[in-house]
Ligand binder design. Structure first.
Ligand code: NAD
Length: 369
């Protein structure tokens, strides 16, 4: 397991807990010195779990499987032999050149974010484990930028009214954002294009705001993901959002469509109708942004409204995010561990879904199609 090299990446792909478990399977584990420091894990903790802690070259020498949070730069993998597995969140659409370089080097690159959303793979799903933390942190980030309190408070000096929070996109992150904003005492409403989320919103005690009577409201494509909506739907959604958004103090957007830029949900004109001091958090900012004017890595102000665009939100909770990410990797590799071979052997369903490169070529349907 190597130290992450991407700027701002504080997570790690193995913890002492998973190191111990990999050793229990019969694997030898090497960890690059200092890899865990940004996630509050000392080298000594890895060593105590049974790992060899070494410099990068020694860690990689002879490795059969390289674990990462993000895909390691191919040129940083000197010493890793052809045929070795690179298992990480590889951002296959965004980092296509890197995928090609893995193929050229003969590596078998496995993209954890392509894990199929099937029951048996739930414990291996990095998108879920990391989105859940993002949804939580987005609400805390909003609360930190907001100049008022979230809960209603009745004090001797008078009443403070509850903040109104609106969550747009109710997948894993959105559901956690609803729950967290409710726990902090906000009045919460939420919307999504997938009709199935209406009941989930209501079961969390929030108000569902939905476009009615437009064909295509189902909005659900393969694997439970959203699809691109019709122009008619988009117009109806914009009208509904305009009316609602002007009354909100906090808006958190999480809407994504796999393999496409994030849908634009809030325009600058809509932001202008919001109260000064309101806060918008755009969790989709790195995929193109749901909010006009959001800037990745910055908190900007438009019409007196703060727009929060932190990058890599799970990394802002590096210790917990690493613990869950590492378990996802372990759950995946251990489920396919072949004791006789002393290595994992994938089945077709999951192997074909996540394998990007093999035998010097890009082999994944989603990248070829
Ligand atoms: P996501 O991150 O792809 O998108 C976030 C949300 O944005 C989704 O709910 C989506 O419907 C919504 N959205 C997209 N376009 C929108 C628009 N124009 N307006 C408003 N909302 C919009 O979603 P996700 O968190 O990955 O979850 C997607 C689905 O997968 C959910 O049904 C979830 O329950 C399911 N899931 C299944 C498994 C499993 O079975 N292993 C694991 C995790 C999630």
């Amino acid at each position: 397991m190597v130290k992450e090299q991407a700027a701002g990446e504080k997570r790690v792909a193995a913890t002492p807990e998973t190191v111990k478990k990999f050793i229990g399977l019969g694997a030898e584990v090497a960890v690059e010195a200092g890899a865990g420091l940004t996630a509050s894990i000392a080298d000594g903790d890895y060593a105590a779990a049974g790992a060899t802690v070494a410099d990068r070259a020694a860690t990689l020498a002879g490795a059969d499987i390289v674990l990462g949070v993000q895909g390691p730069a191919p040129e940083s993998l000197a010493g890793v032999k052809p045929g070795a597995w690179i298992v990480a969140g590889l951002n296959p659409f965004g980092e296509r050149a890197r995928v090609d370089a893995y193929a050229a080097a003969g590596y078998e690159a496995l993209a954890m974010e392509f894990m199929p959303r099937i029951t048996r793979a739930q414990s291996m799903d990095i998108l879920s484990s990391q989105s859940n933390l993002s949804g939580y942190k987005a609400v805390l980030d909003a609360a930190a930028e907001y100049g008022k309190a979230f809960p209603m408070m009745m004090t001797a000096a008078g009443t403070v009214s509850a903040a109104k929070a609106f969550i747009m996109g109710v997948g894993v992150a959105g559901l956690q954002a609803i729950a967290t904003a409710r726990r902090l005492g906000a009045q919460v409403s939420a919307t999504d294009v997938r009709a199935a989320t209406k009941e989930q919103i209501e079961s969390l005690g929030a108000k569902a705001i939905f476009v009615e009577k437009v064909a295509g409201i189902e909005g659900e494509g393969t694997g439970g993901y959203a699809t691109e909506m019709s122009e008619e739907y988009k117009a109806a959604q914009a009208e509904l959002v305009s009316a609602h958004i002007a009354k909100q103090d906090i808006v958190i957007t999480t809407a994504l469509i796999p393999g496409r830029p994030a849908p634009r949900l809030i325009s600058d004109a809509q932001i202008a109708t919001m109260k000064p001091g309101s806060v918008i958090v755009d969790l989709a900012v790195e995929q193109g942004g749901n909010v006009e004017g959001a800037v990745a890595g910055e908190v900007v102000e438009r019409h007196g409204v703060k727009i929060v665009g932190h990058r890599n939100v799970p990394s802002r909770l590096a210790a917990d995010a690493s613990a869950l990410f590492s378990r996802n990797l372990f759950n995946f590799l251990s489920a396919f561990w072949d004791k006789e071979k002393g290595a994992p052997v994938l089945d077709e369903e999951i192997g074909n879904a996540i394998r990007l490169t093999q035998g010097g070529k890009v082999v994944n349907e989603r990248l070829l199609g």
